[in-house]
Each structure stands twice: as structure tokens, then as C-alpha cells.
Design a protein. Structure first.
Ligand SMILES: [Zn+2]
Length: 321
């Protein structure tokens, strides 16, 4: 069936004090439907921003017909409970989002075990133990982040008149929604104009480590090939013709990879030592992000056959080939 109907997009831009600059989510009107793409943070700033955009355009929360989620992160799903408790509407996400959004105990425990093993392998010592303890406490502390509504898994390549495109890397469940006619893409956190989006290390549903940086690079390349006119990101400015920025990001990933390779060549051989050397103070203040970055690059280098590894008493040592 030919799709000639137009989508009308109403961006909701909530300011953020963090380096994210803003939390963006979008109302999309088409015929009788009013879809919310992502749902901000669970706070009054996002709630008020949603209310204001609704009001300015003559809508109320009761007019929203469904919620589409780009990925499971807290700054994209925050208002789902608040909206669906007032007004029960279907919520759609990638099937991989479901155990994360429902905070399924088996999944969360498996994830903690995964990081425990990972930080041990990378030689992280005390900071690794501290992060694992944090994750363990977060099971209880973040209980209220669980989504209470049913989540419908998106299947197939089309949903609510959007083309659905998988872009794993930043998150394993990340998907983007394309308005094919106008070449406008709701892209989650695939590409952010003012900061580079992290490929975060995560286990798959079986507890195996995913090659998140390899996935992220592939996602960026596929996004580049789409040649979209407008990219509607989860944070920061909306971007016209994002091609040059995607190329810039791909180049900077290659440069960093090269830098890590030369550190390994110089004899620094564990994930932990590489992280300390490359990130200095940030290694302590942003430990999980920094380790994600380093491990992503180590996996990428191994995937390309540039490094080999050796396990000695639970710790993995990297060497150039
Ligand atoms: Zn995210």
C-alpha cells in the first residue's frame, strides 16, 4: 500500500543540566493517531515540557494513542508510567527492551554476574567490585523505574506507519523510526550533535558479551547510507543532513582505536591499565563508561584480528599480533 499521508512532528525539548543539553521526545500526528516517540525522564521538567507541547497544539494527554520507545534507557522511558496510569495506551518497544523495562529479576541478576566476570577479566580490582556492589543495590534502589504497563514487542520492519530500523550499539535494543516519505529519522541516541554517543557494553539475553562497538559502527554506517534529510535525536539539536557528522564520528572511533592499539604495542596489556592510561581522572569518576569504551575498542581490535589475548589467573592480557 502506498503511503502518501504526512506525519506532523511536534518536538518536545526539555532542558537538561547534564552534558546531554536536552532531553528530546516527539509527538507525531498522522490521521487519527498521535504517537509519542520516547517519553523523557521521570521528572517534572519533562512532564511540563510534554504538557506545554500538547497544549500549544491543542492536544491533551488523552489524545495520545500510543508510545514508541527507541531503547530502554531511563531518559527515554521516564514518563511512561505517569502517562499510562492516567490514560492506558499501548507501549511498543524492541523485544530486547522487555526484560530491561520490566526489570525482570533473573535478567538483572544475570547482568550483575556478567559485569562481575567482566571486571575481573579486565583486572579492575576495587573499582570493579564497587561498581558491582552499586549494580546489586540498584536492583532495589531503582525498583520504581520498572514499567508497570504491558509492553508490546515490535515485530517486523514496519510499525504504526514507520519503517523500523535496528541500530544496536549504544543499547542492544536501540531502534529508529523512519518516516520514509520525508526521510526523517527518530534515531534515539545513535548520533548526538554535541557529544559522541557511547557504545555501552551489555550482555545479551544469554549473558554473553555483545560486540557493541562493532555494532555501533555498523549502525552508523547503515544510518549514513539512508541519507536522511532530518535526524531527530534523543538529545541536543535536531540535525539536517547528518552525513558529515556521522563520518566525523566514524573517523574519531578509528583514531581512538589506533591510539589504544599503540598503547598495547607499548606494553600496556589489561583493560584496566589501558583505561587508567587513556582516561586518567575520568577512569575513577566515570568508571563504568570508561571501561565500556575501552572494552568496546578491545573487542573491535580483536574482531579485526589486530590483537590477541591470553588468560592468566582470571585476567585477560592483550598483545598486538
Ligand atoms: Zn541512551
Amino acid at each position: 500500500m502506498k503511503n502518501n499521508k504526512k506525519f506532523k512532528i511536534y518536538p518536545i525539548i526539555a532542558p537538561s543540566a547534564l552534558s546531554l543539553k536536552s532531553i528530546n521526545f516527539y509527538l507525531v500526528k498522522r490521521d487519527e493517531s498521535l504517537t509519542l516517540v520516547d517519553a523523557g525522564m521521570n521528572d517534572d521538567v519533562c512532564w511540563n515540557a510534554l504538557q506545554q507541547t500538547l497544549k500549544e497544539n491543542g492536544f491533551t494527554v488523552g489524545d495520545i494513542t500510543g508510545i514508541l520507545l527507541t531503547h530502554h534507557h531511563g531518559d527515554h522511558i521516564g514518563l511512561v508510567n505517569r502517562i499510562t496510569e492516567l490514560h492506558p495506551i499501548p507501549v511498543y518497544a524492541h523485544s530486547k527492551s522487555v526484560p530491561r523495562l520490566k526489570r525482570e529479576p533473573d535478567f538483572l541478576n544475570m547482568r550483575i554476574e556478567f559485569y562481575k566476570q567482566l571486571y575481573l577479566e579486565m583486572g579492575c580490582g576495587k573499582l570493579g567490585d564497587k561498581q558491582v556492589a552499586y549494580l546489586f543495590n540498584a536492583v532495589d534502589n531503582n525498583k520504581d523505574q520498572k514499567l508497570n504497563c504491558d509492553i508490546i514487542a515490535i515485530t517486523g520492519k514496519q510499525w504504526l506507519n514507520f519503517d523500523v530500523i535496528e541500530f544496536p550499539g549504544h543499547a542492544p535494543d536501540q531502534i529508529a523510526f523512519l518516516d520514509r516519505k520525508e526521510k526523517r529519522l527518530f534515531s534515539g541516541d545513535l548520533l548526538i550533535e554535541h557529544i559522541s554517543s557511547n557504545a555501552l557494553i551489555e550482555p545479551d539475553e544469554n549473558g554473553n558479551r555483545m560486540l557493541t562497538l562493532v555494532d555501533h559502527i555498523d549502525s552508523l554506517k547503515r544510518c549514513l547510507a539512508l541519507q536522511v534529510n532530518l535526524l531527530l535525536p534523543g538529545h541536543g539539536n535536531i540535525m539536517k543532513q547528518p552525513g558529515p557528522l556521522i563520518e566525523k564520528r566514524l573517523n574519531s572511533i578509528e583514531r581512538k582505536s589506533q591510539k589504544i592499539l599503540s598503547l598495547i604495542e607499548s606494553g600496556i596489556s589489561t583493560g584496566n591499565e589501558l583505561a587508567k592510561e587513556l582516561y586518567k581522572q575520568k577512569y575513577i569518576s566515570e568508571f563504568p563508561l570508561v571501561m565500556s569504551e575501552i572494552i568496546g575498542h578491545l573487542d573491535y581490535l580483536e574482531y579485526q584480528g589486530k590483537v590477541k589475548k591470553q588468560l592468566i589467573e582470571y585476567v585477560v592480557y592483550y598483545q598486538t599480533k
